[in-house]
Design a protein around this ligand. Structure first.
Ligand code: DAH
Length: 342
């Protein structure tokens, strides 16, 4: 009798198959109503009392082995099926594509480009590794000018004449050097500053620069352009221009928009004033025009520059600038078209 168990045991252990049907037949052969194990159970009552214990144990072991084998093979078959798609049912409906989302920086950048393109501004980009001339000197920031310290700069170690641009104002210079007025251009891009990283500032961020050069451009045109912009982007047209200083513009101003004080968030982000700073601007300094071979007696113009992260943080109420660069899918996927009114 024990030999019989041994041979069954061996057969079970040696059993191999790649097919679900064979596996099912194997199950029926052993565990089915008329299966081997069921039959062996039936014989139990006729076994001598003294042999009952060993018979029972052998029978249970065999049953365990059969179940174990079935489980093992069916797991293997399932995983194989997944890989090879052997039994792929072509008539089944397909899986929908996971549609990705634009990064919030891109969304806001494109919105701004769109707004300015409607009033005739083209787009121009420049290099991120810039030379001293385009980033500083041509912008009225000669060597040793104290205002260079306004922007902590990453210099290229092997040649400090080159640096990672600290602002997109460098693209103004490149554009003016190449083109003749009238000029209407905006320049988006990544900029770098050697700043401590915190929830409000980062060493890499994005700006958009605007430039308009023509005959007899006035400050009021600058103001109207900004009002058009804030109205289009934020739906708000109450702004104020605070006198400020930038070496490349004279006069210079910082633009605040009246954000309002309706909610608790409004209070917090405006520090209780209702006003929010959104950009720097001014009339292009005649020195900058001369540096770029444009005659300041004939032409004048305005320029402005803003941080894209800052605008995106306001629009989407993002609390921490670091979120933009961490590529956390939980953050980014919130900007899917279906989730947001892009
Ligand atoms: N480049 C300035 C900055 O990075 C921003 C800026 C201010 C740009 C005034 C301009 C401007 O064109 O007119 O802080």
């Amino acid at each position: 009798m024990i030999n019989k168990f041994k041979s069954h045991f061996k057969n079970v252990q040696n059993f191999k198959t790649e097919s679900q049907i064979d596996l099912e037949n194997f199950r029926i052969k052993y565990l089915g109503k008329k299966g081997i194990i069921t039959d062996l159970f039936k014989l139990f009552k006729d076994i001598d009392q003294k042999d009952k214990k060993s018979y029972g144990k052998a029978l249970n072991d065999l049953k365990k082995e059969v179940n174990h084998k079935i489980e093992l093979i069916s797991k293997k078959l399932k995983s194989q099926q997944k890989i090879s798609n052997k039994n792929f049912d072509l008539s089944r409906p397909g899986f929908p594509f996971e549609i990705g989302s634009s990064h919030p920086i891109s969304i806001v950048k494109n919105k701004i480009i769109d707004i300015f393109s409607k009033i005739g501004f083209g787009m121009s980009e420049g290099p991120e590794i810039e030379d001293d001339w385009h980033n500083f000197t041509a912008l009225n920031l000669p060597k040793y000018h104290p205002a260079r310290d306004m922007q902590d700069t990453f210099f290229i170690k092997s040649n400090p004449e080159f640096l990672l641009r600290t602002h997109t104002s460098s693209v103004q210079v490149r554009y003016m050097e190449e083109k003749t007025p009238p000029i209407r251009v905006i320049s988006p891009g990544r900029v770098y500053r050697n700043e401590a990283i915190s929830s409000r500032s980062h060493c890499i961020f994005h700006q958009i620069e605007g430039l308009y050069i023509n005959k007899k451009v006035s400050f009021s045109e600058l103001k109207q352009t900004i009002i058009y912009f804030t109205k289009s982007l934020f739906g708000k047209s109450k702004i104020r221009l605070r006198p400020s200083y930038f070496p490349f513009t004279e006069p210079s101003a910082e633009v605040d928009i009246y954000w309002g004080l309706k909610s608790e968030v409004d209070h917090r982000i405006t520090k209780g004033t209702g006003w929010l700073e959104i950009m720097g601007c001014g009339m292009v300094d005649p020195n900058v025009l001369s540096n770029c071979k444009i005659n300041p007696d004939e032409y004048s113009g305005f320029a402005f520059g803003m941080g894209i992260e800052r605008i995106a943080m306001l629009l989407y109420q993002i609390e921490d600038i670091r979120m933009f660069y961490e590529n956390d899918i939980r953050f980014i996927s919130q900007f899917k078209k279906s989730n947001f009114l892009n």
